[in-house]
Design a binder for this molecule. Structure first.
Ligand SMILES: [Zn+2]
Length: 265
């Protein structure tokens, strides 16, 4: 079967806080023996890129005897990730991916085929000097549809406290909040996709069409790109706006023979 593009999953985790014993409030280092309850994964939301909002997937531990029992939802997320070529997260390289891996390890689960990661937080930091690269700031100032939710019904930590107590309304808010983060991450990815330099989605299409690195064939020739060693066809993508260049050096062999490099001085 011919590949018609990459399978891209966008996801977001919600974790429970640790519960610790501490005698002081300020400038504390919490020792391992002070930990009463370790953090766990409470919920995750995911969505195949481009799917309608109604097809988003969400799992949590609300019906478990112990809400900190996350083995099943960890397994289910791993099964989903194994189907994907690429995963998109906001700060997942530091947080979501490593948190999931940690829980998998602690549950004795085997390593899995992890999709290539595109972390919109990391990509954003590489290209822009935004005041903040948090999803809160980025979605509020760049996204037009999905801004990060504030969960005003359960402000601050109260959402997590209520969820851990089994408050059904709090769980519903958690679900809405988690999925909204997935939608906001997806939208932010589409806003910055043209600026991202680490993906070549064209490889996931088995056809021979000239495609932008975003995967779109909606691309046209525009000018030339010159480097130290040659002249290349320039392109412009009508979908993501990217300006990629061809790989073929358009300079003749004769011309290339005559190109000089910097000598020692
Ligand atoms: Zn493109």
């Amino acid at each position: 079967m011919k590949n018609k593009g990459p399978k891209i999953i966008v996801y977001d985790l919600e974790t429970s806080p640790m519960v610790t014993y501490n005698f002081e409030r300020f400038d504390q280092n919490i020792g391992l023996e002070q930990i009463k309850e370790d953090w766990t994964i409470l919920a995750w939301g995911a969505k195949w890129l481009g799917d309608p909002k109604s097809k988003a997937i969400y799992r949590d531990t609300r019906n478990k005897k112990d809400v900190r029992d996350d083995k099943d939802i960890v397994k289910e997320l791993i099964e989903l990730l194994e189907q994907a070529d690429i995963c998109i997260t906001h700060n997942g390289d530091k947080f979501d991916i490593k948190r999931l891996n940690a829980r998998a390890l602690l549950h004795g689960l085997p390593p899995y085929k992890h999709p290539a990661s595109t972390d919109t937080y990391k990509e954003s930091k590489k290209v822009f000097s935004l005041t903040s690269h948090s999803l809160d700031y980025a979605s509020a100032n760049v996204n037009t549809k999905y801004k990060k939710l504030k969960h005003e019904e359960f402000p601050g930590l109260s959402l997590w406290k209520e969820v851990l107590k089994g408050n059904k309304k709090a769980w519903r808010v958690m679900q809405k909040y988690c999925l909204h983060d997935v939608f906001a991450t997806e939208e932010y990815f589409t806003k910055i996709q043209g600026w991202i330099k680490t993906q070549n989605l064209s490889c996931y299409f088995d056809d021979a069409a000239i495609r932008c690195r975003c995967g779109s064939s909606n691309i046209y020739k525009k000018g030339f790109v010159y480097t130290d060693s040659g002249k290349f066809q320039g392109y412009k993508c009508k979908d993501c706006g990217k300006r990629p260049k061809g790989r073929l050096n358009l300079l003749s062999v004769e011309k290339r023979k005559g190109l000089l490099k910097e000598g020692k001085s």
